[in-house]
Design a protein around this ligand. Structure first.
Ligand SMILES: [Zn+2]
Length: 86
């Protein structure tokens, strides 16, 4: 049993692919595309935070909290190590 809440409906999700595996961003990246979905526009208007989908590189706003993901899972590919592990 894991205690992650990735499957919870109350966490922020990518409006494009629906994943909860998003990262918080302090400012908008001019290269990556920005979501024009009504939920993102409303969330921005309500003072929501900026998030970035790690899969489709979409930026969007959400007032929901970021999902708590299990620590053993990370976006690195199998066999790939973080630079600090060398
Ligand atoms: Zn996505």
């Amino acid at each position: 049993m894991s205690e992650d809440n990735e499957s919870s409906p109350n966490v922020c999700r990518c409006p494009d692919c629906g994943t909860a595996r998003v990262v918080h961003r302090s400012k908008r990246d001019p290269i990556d595309r920005m979501s024009k979905s009504p939920s993102s526009v409303i969330a921005k208007w309500m003072g929501g935070k900026l998030y970035h989908c790690i899969f489709c590189r979409l930026q969007f706003y959400s007032t929901r909290p970021k999902a708590v993901l299990p620590p053993e899972e990370h976006p690195l590919h199998p066999g790939e190590r973080p630079p600090s592990a060398a």
